[in-house]
Design a binder for this molecule. Structure first.
Ligand SMILES: [Zn+2]
Length: 215
């Protein structure tokens, strides 16, 4: 199995912890590489992992390599990879503001902040199910079929991407957005970008992406 993938996962654990996007023992993150899933082990602090702690499983959940037990949330990682061929990395974490929104069971609408509209779009709340359950795995993977980020009611946040860096940026953006909304709410309430301007923003971003492709 590939040491560089294990090292990337270890690095993301430290970055999440240092950026206050996750507590030591909370969360779990994984990378898909062909027929294997590299995932954090359960019961170890995610800011102090060694690459040898990373567990490798196959799509049936069988342990392929590693001494520890795979994360207890392994089921939703497997289902998401099965449903989203474009996704190769998943981060589930407990950032304080985003988790606060999950406890208030408040989804995030589109059109609140320019950058977030582009990176995240709408962020729904996945109804509460007990951790590690089949029900939770089904609900999470269903929602992630249509979204790159979501809140798990009374639990935390999840983001997916083509790689770990992109998934990390979405978790980071989600936490920032939740902080911004909190401040805006204290200051009198969120005022959204109009539908018309939101459409124009998307058009502008698509044109810019095409230009960058050609460059
Ligand atoms: Zn969790």
């Amino acid at each position: 199995m590939k040491r560089n993938i294990k090292e990337e996962i270890v690095e993301i654990g430290k970055r999440l912890y240092n950026a206050k996007l996750n507590g030591g023992y909370g969360g779990n993150f994984s990378v898909r590489d062909e027929d294997f899933i590299y995932i954090t082990p359960s019961g170890l602090p995610k800011d102090k992992l060694d690459y040898t702690d990373i567990v490798v499983i196959d799509f049936k959940g069988n342990l392929v390599e590693g001494q520890g037990k795979p994360s207890s949330e392994i089921l939703f990682h497997i289902l998401i990879y099965k449903k989203r061929e474009d996704v190769n990395a998943i981060i589930h974490a407990h950032p304080a503001f985003a988790t606060g929104f999950s406890i208030a069971q408040t989804p995030i609408e589109d059109g609140i902040h320019e950058e977030s509209c582009i990176v995240l779009g709408k962020v729904p709340v996945i109804p509460y199910e007990v951790t590690s359950s089949k029900e939770l795995a089904e609900k999470v993977s269903d929602v992630i079929t249509n979204h790159d980020a979501a809140l798990l009611a009374n639990h935390g946040a999840i983001a997916v991407g083509e790689d770990l860096e992109r998934a990390f940026r979405k978790i980071e953006e989600l936490e920032l957005l939740c902080k911004m909304i909190t401040v805006a709410t204290i200051m009198g309430g969120v005022k959204k970008i109009s539908e018309e301007k939101l459409a124009l923003l998307r058009e502008t971003m698509i044109k810019r992406a095409k230009r960058n492709d050609k460059a």
